[in-house]
Design a protein. Structure first.
Length: 324
């Protein structure tokens, strides 16, 4: 959304293993006026001295009915998870949240994680992200495998769906062979937001699929360079770089100064180094309001989907378009 400094907050799924803990954390982010929560997650086992971790998708689904408006973006790693399962889980989250879901794509890098599954050894980053690119493509095709009007609920004939509006995706690639269709109807956003971290091996995934890209940089000059690289690879893939938002990771101390944070975000967005920030660990009270006072936040409808918060339209169904 042009002229709108996007605000994300990254939380983790550790801490007290209770619904109340995670709902309270999400409610604090929502009160801050942020656009979305990103839950970190991985298959790395916590050390014995660390608190246990919960599943990010399950946490987001628990939060969805009780924390309104804000976007919900769990991390799901693709290395040891079938894309069919990811497609179903994120589409379900989009349905139960009325169009506020997203997905942060991640890979599992370590041999320890590979041993937990026992199916294949750890791979180098280039291979992991090639596999991730295929996984995202499969997920998106499965999201499109139901047309919007596939559900007909025709009582006289006893048909729930119109089979002509369900589609096999028939995907065959280097890593996956998936026939489809999905078993989950097309969700409110059709394509929940896809978030990808900016790293060298992930750039092909960024170019082809990312709606939001997270950048970690030591200063605003480096962030500006990273954003320009993202825009270049997106344009090189034939996509509109204006439709892809770049968020700069912003680590926070224990007691961040809201005025100083607002000034930093204003400099980052105003100088073209980022389209917003991802606050790491906690929200900053009144940050959205301070940015609005600077003309860097626009009002967002309470019932807006997450895609609408980022100025993105609802995608046309690939199969319906081909049939037309």
């Amino acid at each position: 959304m042009a002229g709108h400094a996007h605000l994300a907050v990254e939380l983790d799924t550790s801490g007290e293993p209770s619904a109340a803990h995670h709902v309270a954390a999400a409610e604090a982010v929502a009160r801050s006026g942020a656009d979305l929560i990103i839950w970190a997650d991985s298959f790395v086992a916590p050390a014995t001295a660390e608190p246990p971790t919960l599943d990010a998708v399950a946490v987001a689904a628990r939060v969805a009915p009780v924390v309104g408006e804000i976007g919900l973006v769990p991390t799901v790693t693709v290395t040891h998870t079938e894309p069919f399962h990811i497609s179903k889980a994120i589409a379900t989250l989009d349905i139960v949240s009325a169009g506020r879901a997203g997905w942060q794509v991640e890979v599992s890098r370590t041999e320890e994680e590979a041993r937990q599954f026992g199916r294949k050894p750890a791979s180098p980053p280039g291979v992991l992200w090639r596999e991730a690119a295929e996984a995202v493509e499969v997920v998106v095709r499965l999201w499109d495998s139901w047309e919007d009007d596939a559900v007909i609920r025709d009582l006289p004939t006893g048909r729930y769906v119109d089979r002509d509006r369900l589609h096999h995706i028939d995907f065959v690639g280097e890593f996956f062979s998936v026939k489809g269709p999905s078993i989950t109807p097309r969700s409110p956003q059709a394509h929940p937001l896809v978030v990808v971290r900016d790293e060298a091996e992930a750039l092909p995934v960024v170019a082809a699929w990312a709606d939001v890209v997270r950048v970690a940089a030591p200063d605003l000059a480096a962030a500006h360079t990273a954003r320009e690289q993202v825009r270049a690879v997106v344009a090189g893939a034939g996509r509109d770089p204006e439709a892809v938002s770049v968020l700069l990771d912003l680590p926070l101390g224990e007691r961040p100064d809201p005025a100083a944070v607002a000034t930093f975000v204003a400099e980052a967005v105003g100088g073209g180094a980022a389209d917003g920030v991802t606050l790491l660990g906690a929200p900053v009270p009144d940050l959205a309001a301070r940015l609005a006072e600077r003309g860097l936040r626009r009002p967002v409808a309470a019932d807006a989907t997450l895609r609408e918060r980022f100025g993105l339209s609802r995608p046309t169904n690939h199969f319906a378009g081909a049939r037309s």
